[in-house]
Design a protein around this ligand. Structure first.
Ligand SMILES: Cc1cc2nc3c(=O)[nH]c(=O)nc-3n(C[C@H](O)[C@H](O)[C@H](O)COP(=O)(O)OP(=O)(O)OC[C@H]3O[C@@H](n4cnc5c(N)ncnc54)[C@H](O)[C@@H]3O)c2cc1C
Length: 394
């Protein structure tokens, strides 16, 4: 297999690097500031970076021109994300570009496309995802949020949970049950709505980082105009599957892992030099294993992107990369905090006890949920076993 860029891809990569050189915040590139919440409104630095990407017209370069993209290939979009990740600068498009935008392009009416897509690309519509409920996570089709048609509106009652960034987003894509008597996959509809509508209450859940990115969202007689039903009534499950198909190739995670490993290897050298002791054999072996695994994760991401660019839909391949990459990231973060010892608990960049400005400690807290979000490791294994290996369902 030849992994080299074609001439066209190489010149695109050079253009992206030049743009990063000019526009990506120094604090991201030198690692002194990790990008904060990248899916909500974000901090000043993130907004500055997003504005630069919007101004360049690169929020969704692989979208068709008629919807605000520039018709780039999937591979070119992948290269852009890879280069952004190497510069520690997140893709600023959030769920609007990676999830709901492509869903609107596939399933939306002309009115929905013209109302929602340009606002998504210029960063004015910032999207949260309202799928999970207290009793419906892995078994998403069991969701109970109820939507009842009333004239020109649907009226929603019930609850969502783990609605990330709901306090800093302004729009929501949400699944609700429109036919409680139909088999569970067939009675669900897909809606979009502004978040600041009467009856919709957001309650942050404080996690171990002390932040409140995760939220509960409560619906009490929330009215959503029928024009915000995406796709057909009761066919929302299939619309939602389009949204989930667009969830990432995994390259940002694989690159992030390699950057983090470099820091860890560097740290192992420094600590050994200071103590005038060799690096422990067991640590050397662990770092070598992780390094190999990080390369495997990157190649698996290339495979997913290559399938997408050939018009194939990666299914078990996407599950493999998600499962492998997230579990390796957690293992590597565990190794990092073990090497740091007590200082592995210090996350504040300005804390005098912080090592590498607290980056490894913050990385640890940030990656733990990656084995749950977007489908748990067990669910990925189920997909690989049944759809990939043809084993019978339980
Ligand atoms: C950081 C983070 C951000 C998130 N953001 C969002 C968001 O923005 N919007 C949103 O809608 N949701 C979001 N989620 C929710 C996420 O999709 C769910 O947490 C996930 O799907 C798991 O569902 P659950 O938490 O209900 O766990 P459960 O489904 O109750 O699972 C509990 C345990 O049982 C295991 N299990 C369940 N079913 C099976 C099975 N069939 N076979 C084997 N094991 C099984 C699971 O693997 C898990 O270990 C987020 C989650 C996290 C952690």
């Amino acid at each position: 297999m030849d992994f080299r860029d074609s001439a066209q891809e190489a010149s695109w990569r050079a253009e992206v690097r030049e743009f990063i050189e000019e526009s990506a915040p120094d604090a991201y590139r030198d690692g002194s500031q990790m990008a904060g919440p990248v899916y909500g409104r974000g901090d000043d630095l993130f907004q500055e970076w997003r504005d630069a990407v919007v101004a360049r017209g690169w929020m969704a370069p692989a979208w068709p021109r008629e919807y605000g993209g520039i018709d780039l290939s999937i591979m070119q979009q992948f290269i852009m994300t890879e280069e952004f990740s190497l510069a520690r600068s997140p893709h600023p498009g959030g769920r609007g570009v990676s999830m709901v935008g492509p869903t609107i392009i596939h399933h939306g009416s002309d009115e929905q496309k013209s109302e929602l897509l340009s606002g998504t690309l210029d960063g004015n519509l910032i999207w949260a995802q309202g799928f999970s409920e207290p009793g419906a996570g892995s078994d998403l089709a069991s969701l109970q949020l109820r939507a009842v048609r009333d004239g020109d509106d649907y009226v929603l009652n019930g609850q969502k949970i783990w609605t990330s960034d709901a306090t800093t987003c302004n729009w929501l894509f949400v699944l609700a049950r429109t036919d409680p008597d139909a088999p569970k996959h067939r009675g669900i509809s897909y809606f979009v709505t502004p978040l600041d509508v009467p009856g919709l209450t957001i309650s942050p859940i404080v996690d171990m980082t002390g932040g409140g990115e995760l939220c509960e969202t409560f619906f009490e007689d929330v009215r959503i105009p029928a024009r915000y039903l995406l796709g057909e009534e009761n066919r929302g499950w299939y619309v939602a599957m389009t949204t989930l198909d667009f969830e990432r190739s995994g390259i940002a995670g694989a690159v992030g892992l390699q950057l983090q490993l470099r820091e860890l290897i560097d740290l192992a050298h420094i600590r050994a030099r200071r103590a005038s002791l060799p690096v422990r054999e067991s640590l050397k072996r662990e770092l070598a294993d992780l390094w190999i695994a990080s390369h495997a994760a990157r190649l698996m991401s290339y495979n997913v992107a290559s399938m997408q660019s050939r018009g194939l839909v990666p299914n078990r391949e996407a599950s493999q990369v998600k499962l492998f990459s997230s579990e390796i990231q957690v293992r590597s973060a565990n190794t990092a905090v073990a090497v740091l010892g007590l200082q592995g608990q210090v996350t504040g960049a300005d804390d005098p006890w912080a090592v590498k400005a607290g980056r490894l400690a913050r990385y640890y807290m940030g990656v733990l949920p990656t084995v749950i979000a977007g489908g748990t490791s067990e669910i990925q294994r189920n997909i690989i076993a049944t759809r990939g290996l043809g084993l019978p369902r339980a």
